[in-house]
Design a protein around this ligand. Structure first.
Ligand code: URA
Length: 237
């Protein structure tokens, strides 16, 4: 059993204060009857809760897709800088969400956040081979030799062993563009692999993680909840 305001605010759609007001206005129904207080308790798995005419779908875990802008750290806490958590409403921040893997501070694009530790861990485990796809703009002309080196796997000057990865050239020129597909996620890996090929990264954006593409309707800094189907796709990935 949990407090109504906690259950309803956990959806991220209403703050606890808003829930209180909605209850006062008789706009929160529990099993067809108006709730008397926001502190009233209910079983979120059993009770039919309707808020402002909308049937609440309660989930044990929360999953969100964020379109990360540059300038935010993929961390839950940072002494001096802004973290991706700062882009989420307070009610979501309180739910113990953490980023599923890291994007560098200057990398943009698809970042999942959740409080479901087990599935998050599986998605990141190299054993599960979940592809991560990045759009990269680099200084220098990408060639077929670069694609072959990515495909073969490479050992960088600093000893980092990189498994076979994908490099699809989108544009070759003084500044080139490509999609890079990784099945692992070592520190600064895309930047290090491309720097090793003598084509340093100028810009990096993650566009796909496993089955999920970055939602093009999300502006930088915006997030949305994953649908039940999307979470299921991650489970099957
Ligand atoms: N590889 C990088 O170099 N940076 C990222 O943010 C992600 C992958």
């Amino acid at each position: 059993m949990q407090r109504l305001d906690k259950i309803i605010a956990s959806t991220g759609k209403w703050s606890r204060r808003e829930v209180k007001n909605l209850v006062k206005q008789g706009k929160v129904l529990v099993n067809g009857l108006p709730a008397r207080s926001a502190e009233e308790k209910a079983d979120p798995e059993q009770a039919e809760i309707v808020v402002n005419g909308e049937r609440l779908i309660w989930r044990q875990y929360t999953w969100v897709m964020l379109n990360k802008p540059a300038g935010y750290l993929s961390a839950t806490e940072d002494g001096c800088g802004a973290t991706v958590l700062d882009l989420l409403p307070q009610e979501l921040q309180r739910q113990g969400l953490f980023p599923v893997g890291r994007l560098d501070k200057d990398t943009e694009g698809l970042l999942l956040l959740t409080n479901e530790g087990g599935l998050a861990h599986d998605l990141l485990s190299p054993r599960h081979h979940v592809d991560k796809v990045y759009y990269a703009r680099v200084d220098g002309c990408l060639t077929q030799a670069d694609c072959e080196a990515f495909e073969a796997g490479m050992t960088l000057d600093d000893g980092l062993v990189c498994q076979s990865a994908g490099l699809e050239i989108l544009k070759a020129g003084e500044v080139s563009e490509a999609h890079v597909t990784l099945r692992e996620g070592k520190f600064h890996q895309v930047k290090r692999m491309l720097a090793y090929r003598g084509k340093p990264v100028l810009y990096l954006e993650r566009v796909r993680m496993g089955p999920l593409m970055l939602d093009s309707s999300l502006s930088r800094g915006e997030f949305r909840f994953l649908t039940e189907e999307e979470v299921e796709q991650l489970r099957n990935a």
